[in-house]
Design a protein around this ligand. Structure first.
Ligand code: NAD
Length: 306
């Protein structure tokens, strides 16, 4: 029988691409429940799903911020059986914290972190009983490495990673699998919305230097970073399916090898200064990029000594 897959946040981006890719699997290995908060936004998915709709793909309502909605959705699935859960729904937030309200920050935590917690509270007990299931979480490289002006978003993904690292130990006992997918920049609506919100942001609560740093350094480079390093939603879907089909899937999987050296800096220096220093030089001291490169060399030497 095909494996049942529940994916959150399928009206756009990675969720949509993954739902369609799995539903179109030639070997018909999956039955996909593609969920979204607002069903009036289903047109793009309906179109992309084509003739898989009603066969290998069903669309259901699910808001990760509502326990009621999660319960209703899971209970509507035959035997409540979910073999693979993909926690994908999420949102971004950029800018100086002086210019963000606690409510805005709370919404990010509520969606990105508590959204996952709510899903697992509903789905994990069944998986434990069956002693089978794969929990796949779309995290981010920002789940292991903070980046300028992404303070709260990075915090929400760090929360996800800490939660999963703890849970993974218990999951092992129940023969469950847990995998964190960690993309770098991905070109989706997420990136567009975050950029537009950043451009519209009222910066009056920030001092001049901070406002200037955000507008003239961060936002100025934002588009370029996405254009040069960005992957597509389909790329991330491909990586995710590969991890799902791996017999012993890894706990962490980075989709963008260009990021691996940066995240590795973190593990290379227990004092934690190496990645912060390197990021600082990359952002503020382009002329010192040379010494940033030296840090890489130091790191490589350190690794080869191990
Ligand atoms: P996206 O904005 O296209 O997709 C996010 C989806 O989550 C949207 O469909 C949105 O409607 C949905 N969503 C938001 N709140 C929800 C809620 N309460 N209930 C249900 N659905 C909700 O962006 P994306 O890039 O496809 O993002 C998917 C995931 O990938 C997110 O977790 C994001 O943090 C992560 N990610 C994105 C990037 C990137 O650069 N785009 C990089 C790394 C990780």
């Amino acid at each position: 029988a095909p494996k049942t897959v529940l994916i959150t946040g399928c009206s756009s981006g990675i969720g949509l691409a993954l739902a369609v890719k799995m539903a179109r699997d030639e070997q018909k290995r999956f039955k996909v429940y593609a969920t979204m908060r607002n069903l009036t936004r289903k047109d793009k998915l309906v179109e992309a799903a084509g003739n898989t709709l009603g066969k290998t793909l069903d669309i259901k309502q699910l808001d990760v911020c509502s326990e009621e909605s999660i319960k209703t959705c899971v209970s509507s699935i035959p035997d409540r059986r979910i073999d693979i859960l993909v926690s994908n729904a999420g949102m971004g937030l950029i800018g100086p914290i002086e210019c963000q309200t606690i409510d805005e920050m709370r919404t990010v935590m509520d969606t990105n972190f508590f959204g996952l917690v709510r899903l697992l509270k509903e789905i994990l007990p069944d998986m434990k009983k069956r002693k089978s299931g794969h929990i796949v979480i779309i995290s981010s490289v920002m789940g292991i490495q903070g980046i300028l002006f992404n303070d709260v978003y990075a915090a929400s993904k760090f929360a996800v990673e800490g939660f999963c690292e703890s849970l993974a130990i218990q999951a092992l006992k129940f023969k469950l699998q847990l995998s964190l997918i960690e993309p770098g920049p991905v070109i989706t609506e997420f990136e567009k919305k975050v950029f537009e919100d950043g451009m519209k942001m009222d910066l009056s609560a920030a001092d001049e230097e901070t406002a200037d740093m955000f507008t003239n350094i961060y936002l100025k480079n934002y588009k370029q970073i996405f254009q040069s390093l960005g992957q597509s939603a389909e790329d991330i879907a491909e990586h995710t399916v590969k991890i799902i089909l791996t017999e012993n899937p890894p706990f962490r999987h980075q989709t963008n090898t260009l990021y691996t050296p940066m995240t590795t800096l973190k593990y290379a220096d227990p004092n934690g200064d190496l990645p912060i220093d390197t990021f600082y030089k990359m952002v503020f001291q382009h002329d010192k990029i040379f010494s940033a490169s030296l840090n890489f060399i130091k790191l490589l030497r350190w690794r080869s000594r191990k």
